[in-house]
Design a protein. Structure first.
Length: 68
């Protein structure tokens, strides 16, 4: 994970709105997986790659960003 993924997420908020309330895994400039839990997302990612993506929970409208 790098600043590249964080920047991409910040710049694509409108596109990522469909994931509101869900966890997403982002690698470079794409969403690798989404789900209702980190475990679910990481299981999906493990089936695709050995890379460690950025995993974030997308806020719903009116919510601020989640900070872990």
């Amino acid at each position: 994970m790098s600043l590249e993924e964080s920047t991409w997420v910040s710049e694509h908020q409108d596109e990522l709105e469909k994931y509101a309330g869900k966890w997403i895994a982002v690698w470079k400039d794409q969403v690798l997986a989404s789900g209702h839990s980190v475990v679910e997302v990481m299981e999906k990612v493990a089936q695709q790659t050995s890379e460690l993506p950025l995993v974030v929970k997308m806020p719903r409208k009116g919510e601020g960003p989640y900070v872990l």
